[in-house]
Ligand binder design. Structure first.
Ligand SMILES: Cc1ncc(COP(=O)(O)O)c(C=O)c1O
Length: 386
């Protein structure tokens, strides 16, 4: 039996896989089992921050792997402390809780916001406002946070207490805040799975001014846009705001599972011993990978992200068959005249891996993709859009 046949037999039917099996990769190039090479413009959905098997990252990870692979959170351990310090120093936040995925990072954020509100304002202040078209994860609570019915319908009842606001609708937000006993407002500053849609500056400012007025916790979900992808270290930094909590995962450890919920002053001491936990959270190998990644997301790299973004947008926005380009930094969505699936298949046939977000072709290249490869990939995408 082929891997494809065994996959269908033994793996739960949750994924619509592309018809290729990837075997090995280096940087932004990856080869399938037929020996065909591709330029990767998807990074395992915004995970491989510095591409496949980046040598510096791989050395940091293997060095840790050969000293201690796991200790549990019963003991002190240097890699996760180093990472937490880096996250706090670079963002001005105060404390970190580590988990293993974006969904878990968001679950923790929601728990902390609810605990803060219950202690400060009363247990009935438990509503979380999230945005329509958002995506926050697949657990029962983060599905409830996800403002898209299509993900809810087969799994009801979900966790209670979520209300949804149309993105960029300041009036609706104001009404929801005054009509509900609200603990938190949670948002992605660029909705990724929702079609690579950035929030407006006006709306983000409104979230923060209402939060200030009503003592509501702000939660920025940075799982997809974070860790340098927006052109700044975290996406919210493009809007001149600072959330009470942000969640990050995906690109944080450059290809290893790691989630982090990062707390500002207001909520830094909400969690007490025994309130939350995770067996693998802050795992030394994943943390060593993340320390390496974070230490390399510097001004020079971020400047490169902005320049590459500008290049892609300028080349694509007037290309034949392209209706619009949305997004920020190296998280971009192309609205095409042709069906996005067709464009993606044509790109793949011509050696470029891109993925979908709603009806768009989504680009999430490595932050250090060499310019020559980016140029080649963009030309293939332009041809496929025609
Ligand atoms: C913004 C956002 N939040 C949360 C998640 C969930 O992350 P994970 O799949 O690691 O649980 C995703 C995944 O796509 C995401 O894009």
């Amino acid at each position: 039996m082929s891997i494809k046949e065994k996959d269908s037999l033994y793996i739960a039917n949750t994924y619509a896989r592309f018809p290729i099996e990837l075997k090995s990769g280096k940087g932004s190039l990856v080869t399938d089992t037929d020996g065909k090479e591709y330029i990767d413009m998807a990074t395992g959905i915004a995970v491989n921050t510095f591409g496949f098997c980046d040598s510096e990252w791989a050395n940091a990870v293997t060095e840790q792997l050969n000293s201690l692979q796991h200790t549990s959170n019963l003991y002190y351990s240097e890699p996760c402390v180093k990472l937490a310090e880096m996250l706090c120093v670079r963002t001005g936040m105060k404390k970190v809780f580590f988990s293993n995925s974006g969904a878990e990072a968001n679950e923790c954020a929601i728990k902390v916001a609810r605990k803060y509100a219950a202690e400060k304002k009363g247990a009935d202040y438990n509503k979380i406002i999230t945005l329509k078209n958002s995506f926050h994860g697949r657990t029962i609570t983060t599905l409830a946070a996800t403002g898209q019915d299509v993900f809810h319908k087969d799994f009801l009842p979900l966790t209670d207490g979520f209300v949804y606001c149309e993105a960029n609708n300041c009036e609706e937000l104001e009404k929801l805040v005054s009509d509900n006993k609200v603990a938190a407002i949670m948002f992605e500053c660029v909705q990724g799975e929702g079609g690579v849609m950035p929030l407006s500056q006006e709306f983000v400012s409104e979230i923060f001014s209402l939060a200030d007025k009503y003592d509501i916790i702000t939660i920025a979900d940075e799982v997809q846009i974070g860790n340098g992808r927006s052109g700044k270290l975290y996406g919210y930094m493009n809007f001149g705001v600072k959330p009470d909590i942000f969640s990050t995962a995906k690109g944080l450890a450059g290809g290893l599972p790691l989630g982090a919920t990062v707390f500002g002053e207001k909520v830094e001491n909400v969690l007490k011993a025994g309130d939350h936990g995770s067996t693998f959270g802050g795992n030394p190998v994943a943390s060593a990978g993340a320390v390496n990644i974070l230490s390399r997301i510097d001004d020079k790299l971020l400047d490169g992200v902005c320049k590459k973004s500008e290049y892609i947008i300028n080349k694509l926005k007037n290309a034949k068959g392209v209706k619009s380009v949305s997004g920020m930094g190296l998280m971009l969505g192309i609205e095409t005249e042709k069906d996005a699936g067709e464009v993606i298949a044509e790109c793949r046939e011509n050696g470029v891996l891109v993925i979908k977000a709603k009806n768009k072709v989504r680009l999430l290249p490595a932050l250090n993709i060499p310019f020559e490869l980016l140029e080649k990939a963009v030309n293939v995408i332009i041809d496929a859009c025609k």
